[in-house]
Design a protein around this ligand. Structure first.
Ligand SMILES: O=P(O)(O)OC[C@H]1O[C@](O)(CO)[C@@H](O)[C@@H]1O
Length: 543
């Protein structure tokens, strides 16, 4: 729908329904309808979703689905998969879904054979990864590669870093991957620590190849390598992933060793393409393709399942329900898997860079809150840190719990204990403990209020058989599509990120004021002027 969806009949009906339902406790909802536990579940690929512990009834779901219809979700999904320019502010198609299409699929967009090009790059990545993994690719001194260092930031870092951590049990060629992103010198120093230049391969990953942090880290890495092995070693130790061949060549990386992608892949949606090269080298092309098949499975589900049985649609619409009707400020993502410890950070970019917008795609201001704030930590660590607030605080924090039936490797029954914690938490959050129950245990009256667990705190639980390349792909695609659905309802362009540009430019403009010999004379504002002066003083520079 164009215009303000909050003016629609569907929105008004949801607002009314919210007034009726908001006072109800999950305990009541379960008492009235015990069958909801069995009914309010969904399957997509290997993922099982339990959404019964939401402050929602069948009627809520019907109304939310009606809102999604009203927002034109159906047409938007076709438009994305068909390669229409739905990224309007940059006039681009949005085709991360093409990165995992089968080789025999057909998609020609703006005269480009998208699927053919995707597979040509995948084949080159596979061939290169195989050469590195089999030790055919050698460094300048003839030694094989033992560490791959990905240099990138944002989408050119978080995706492969998250996925490498998630799948590191599958890294079977004895090649470690490391990731450096921050322009803080401590990051590259830590990353290079203990590495041997002769056995290190750098993958410089940058869509634009103009990003300050990445190019600076790459220059530092280059100097480190050249100091040890000489200038001629660069071509054996540096490859690039980018859409910008010219800049790659300018940096001194042989275009033969560049793996491309296209402007229709957003950075935060890109690690299942060439940006995943470091991951592919670590886990191998076969596992990487298994991951792509997982993505594809979720794409297929998203594209074809009726909205009421569509996992991304239901999870996204519940996100809208809490954000815009209950006024929830954030959403916790709590993976009961140590391997997914970077997943919340990855989702932060995915969701917040995509939907953190105040104007709709047509430039008109939004009239409701947009952009869920995702945050989280793996269970059970979070339990011993911030769950207190989740259980007894004054805020409503809907949470996604993610668990797996099988560990990669168990130790003395630890995995079952991990899962028991997940299940205990979602139950306690939903149903809590009443004052009567607590008093009934003999708790002194003055302590009872402290121990009351209000409950009524909504959660989704996602269960999968095991964390594998395929289930990881399914999980990531699930959240990509959640972001898409929410963006569609809010009417924002989920694929641009203009909000990060100003700060980047100002940092470049400010740098000379920090480093110049002469005290600077112009500043962006009075507060920054004071801070620049303090910084110079602390650095022993003239003020
Ligand atoms: O891959 P690049 O062009 O270096 O950009 C890195 C990141 O910077 C951003 O543009 C935001 O600063 C992200 O969208 C992107 O993932």
């Amino acid at each position: 729908m164009n215009g303000d969806i909050t003016q629609s009949q569907e929105w008004a009906e949801l607002a009314k329904h919210h007034d009726e339902l908001a006072g109800k406790h999950l305990r009541e909802l379960f008492a009235e309808d015990p069958g909801r536990a069995g009914r309010m579940t969904l399957t997509a690929g290997d993922l099982h979703l339990d959404y019964a512990k939401h402050r929602a009834t069948e009627e809520t779901i019907d109304l939310l689905v009606a809102l999604a219809e009203r927002a034109g979700l159906r047409e938007r999904v076709s438009a994305m998969f068909g390669g229409e320019h739905i990224n309007v502010s940059e006039d681009r198609a949005v085709l991360h879904v093409a990165l995992r299409m089968r080789e025999n699929a057909e998609l020609v967009v703006d005269g480009q054979d998208v699927v053919g090009d995707v597979h040509a790059v995948l084949d080159r990545m596979s061939a290169f990864s195989d050469r590195v993994r089999s030790k055919e690719w050698r460094g300048a001194t003839g030694q094989p590669i033992s560490t791959v260092v990905n240099i990138g930031i944002g989408g050119s870092d978080l995706g492969p870093a998250m996925a490498y951590e998630a799948l590191r049990d599958y890294a079977d060629a004895g090649i470690e991957a490391r990731f450096v992103s921050n322009i803080d010198p401590a990051d590259i120093t830590g990353t290079l620590a203990g590495l041997d230049p002769a056995t290190t391969l750098f993958v410089v990953s940058s869509k634009t190849f103009t990003t300050l942090e990445t190019l600076t880290n790459a220059r530092v890495a280059r100097s480190w390598l050249v100091a040890a092995l000489g200038e001629d070693a660069v071509s054996r130790h540096f490859v690039a992933v980018s859409t910008n061949a010219e800049k790659v060549a300018e940096f001194g990386i042989d275009p033969e060793n560049m793996f491309g992608f296209w402007d229709w892949v957003g950075g935060r949606y890109s690690y299942d393409g060439a940006i995943g090269l470091s991951l592919m080298i670590a886990i191998g092309p076969e596992r990487f393709r298994e991951m792509l098949s997982g993505f594809r499975e979720m794409d297929q589900h998203f594209r074809t399942a009726p909205f009421k049985a569509n996992m991304p649609v239901i999870m996204a619409m519940l996100g809208i329900w809490y954000t815009d009707f209950f006024g929830a400020e954030t959403r916790a993502v709590l993976p009961y898997s140590q391997r997914l410890h970077r997943f919340p950070a990855y989702l932060q970019q995915l969701t917040m860079e995509s939907n953190g917008k105040s104007v709709r795609a047509d430039g008109s201001p939004v009239t409701v809150a947009t952009g869920e704030i995702f945050w989280g930590e793996p269970g059970t660590n979070g339990q011993h840190a911030f769950y207190q607030l989740l259980h007894q605080g004054t805020r409503l924090v809907p949470a996604d719990f993610i668990g797996f039936a099988e560990p990669y490797e168990d130790r003395e029954g630890m995995h079952d204990l991990l899962t028991a914690n997940l299940l205990a938490q979602t139950s306690a959050l939903a149903f809590g403990r009443t004052a009567e129950e607590i008093a009934g245990e003999g708790t002194p009256a003055e302590i009872v209020p402290h121990k009351v667990m209000p409950g009524n705190r909504p959660t989704s639980t996602i269960l999968a058989p095991k964390l594998t390349p395929s289930t990881l792909g399914q999980l990531v695609a699930l959240y990509e599509h959640i972001v898409f659905v929410e963006g569609t309802v809010w009417g924002v362009d989920s694929f641009d990120q203009w909000g990060v540009e100003l700060g980047k430019k100002m940092a470049l403009d400010l740098a000379p004021a920090l480093t110049s010999d002469e005290p600077p004379t112009s500043f962006p504002d009075a507060s920054t002027e004071e801070l620049v002066k303090k910084y110079r003083e602390l650095r022993g520079r003239r003020v």
